[in-house]
Design a protein around this ligand. Structure first.
Ligand SMILES: [Zn+2]
Length: 235
């Protein structure tokens, strides 16, 4: 059995290490939430991309429809003018132009039909993506809510451990407490460390006979090298 001051401080240390772990966990939550938000944005982007491509196709069709209307007007005018033309060659060239314009209209109409098929496929793809995204987003939301719950639990745990710490710290003498707190702040291994084979458990250097003697008596001693508080497990 170690000295009573050791046992109390070991309990505090164990509690402090857990508080540290909990804080590390809390610190990771923002990055996790960011990951979820990014995944959600990715799902939204997939749907937007499909909707955008369908919109572009529809826009192109409207433009081609307007061009076709203009070409039809032109043909109508040519036909009206051709009725007044006397020269056969002039008439022939007008008819040739009209035929050429009709050819352009046919080509545009083919493009429109091709795009209509693509738009149809895009709408189908959109519905499928919507279903897939809904499932992914549902999982992401559940994960997000889980983080809210975890965060709440961690904060409550930390608060309980902090008050336990306060109560226990009252049983530690002032100078020892200050040493412990400073070592804890430096975060360079546990402040309170057992002696192993006459060596400091933290820095592994051999302790002086004087320090060893004091630890065997259960006195409060620090390592001459790393200044961690050392104790003998069985005194
Ligand atoms: Zn040491």
């Amino acid at each position: 059995m170690a000295a009573p001051w050791v046992n109390n401080l070991l309990d505090i240390q164990k509690n402090d290490l857990r508080i540290h772990e909990l804080n590390v966990h809390l610190g990771m939550l923002p990055a996790e939430r960011k990951r979820i938000a990014a995944a959600k944005a990715q799902e939204d982007a997939k749907l937007t991309a499909i909707a955008d491509s369908a919109r572009q196709l529809q826009h192109a069709n409207r433009q081609d429809e307007a061009t076709i209307a203009a070409l039809r007007d032109k043909i109508t005018k040519i036909k009206q003018q051709s009725a007044l033309v006397r020269k056969n060659t002039e008439y022939q060239s007008m008819m040739a132009e009209s035929d050429m314009l009709t050819g352009q209209i046919n080509e545009l109409e083919n493009h429109i039909l091709e795009r209509l098929e693509k738009i149809d496929r895009a709408h189908q793809q959109y519905r499928q993506q919507q279903q897939a995204s809904a499932a992914v987003v549902r999982d992401l939301k559940a994960e997000w809510l889980d983080f809210d719950k975890v965060e709440k639990e961690i904060r409550a745990d930390i608060a309980a451990r902090e008050s336990e710490r306060q109560v226990r710290s009252r049983r530690v003498e002032k100078e020892l407490w200050e040493t412990y707190e400073e070592l804890l702040r430096h975060q360079d291994g546990p402040p309170l460390i057992p002696v192993r084979d006459d060596m400091c458990g933290n820095c592994c250097l051999k302790l002086t006979p004087q320090t060893l003697m004091l630890t065997r008596r259960g006195a409060i001693v620090t390592c001459d090298n790393c200044h961690h508080i050392v104790y003998m497990e069985d005194v």
